[in-house]
Design a protein around this ligand. Structure first.
Ligand code: FE2
Length: 206
């Protein structure tokens, strides 16, 4: 089973702070049958300042320990989308997990998505349930889906969602784990197995 949006890589963003805590979380994941984890630290974020070099170095340094725990890990990033994004880490070389402003529609959204797609990237919108301007905007949702944009939803929204899941618009369900395991309902991995299986196929993580 897969968790493709997490802030478990320690001390690189606003997620988990220590290596020990990260190891404990991954050990718990392993016990629950979550054996593939993508780390997606924030990049280009307006308030969480991060360094690509530090993220990459930390991952390289700790990967042997993650392997030892028995969890297959991959490095990506959660890119806060602005008109100019310079540095990011794609998931599996070509998937970009994009975070957007919550309240105001980013006018540059479709242009940027198109630009990235022309460069060969696939787009995943992170926690689609959070954006006020996307909720109930069927035209825009339709437009994004026509552009082959994938939608990711966070676990905490699953029970309250009446639109995205019911209309089969979700391609990825993820914890967006920042360290607090008590907030995660691990039963969702089994309950929404079909979505997770589809996610695995899309990301093609081997
Ligand atoms: Fe996140």
């Amino acid at each position: 089973m897969l968790d493709m949006h997490t802030h478990i890589l320690p001390a690189v963003d606003d997620g988990i702070k220590t290596e020990e805590e990260a190891f404990l979380v991954l050990e718990e994941y392993k016990k629950k049958g979550i054996n593939i984890v993508v780390f997606t630290p924030h990049v280009n974020h307006y308030s969480v300042k991060t360094s690509i070099e530090k993220i990459s170095d930390t991952y390289k340094r700790l990967k042997p320990k993650f392997d030892e725990i028995g969890v297959k890990t991959f490095l990506g990033s959660e890119i806060y989308l602005t008109e100019k994004v310079e540095k990011f880490i794609p998931i599996n070389d070509y998937f970009l997990l994009l975070e957007l402003p919550r309240d105001v529609y980013p006018m540059y959204l479709l242009d940027k998505i198109f630009e990235f797609q022309l460069e060969g990237y696939e787009i995943i919108l992170a926690h689609v349930e959070r954006y006020k301007w996307l909720k109930d905007n069927e035209l825009l949702i339709d437009r994004l889906k026509t552009m082959n944009v994938y939608f990711q939803m966070n676990f905490e929204a699953i029970e309250s969602d009446n639109y995205f899941l019911k209309n089969s618009l979700i391609d990825f369900l993820s914890t967006d784990c920042h360290g607090n395991l008590s907030e995660i309902d691990f039963s969702f991995f089994e309950k929404y197995k079909d979505i997770f299986e589809k996610s695995m196929e899309i990301l093609n993580l081997t």
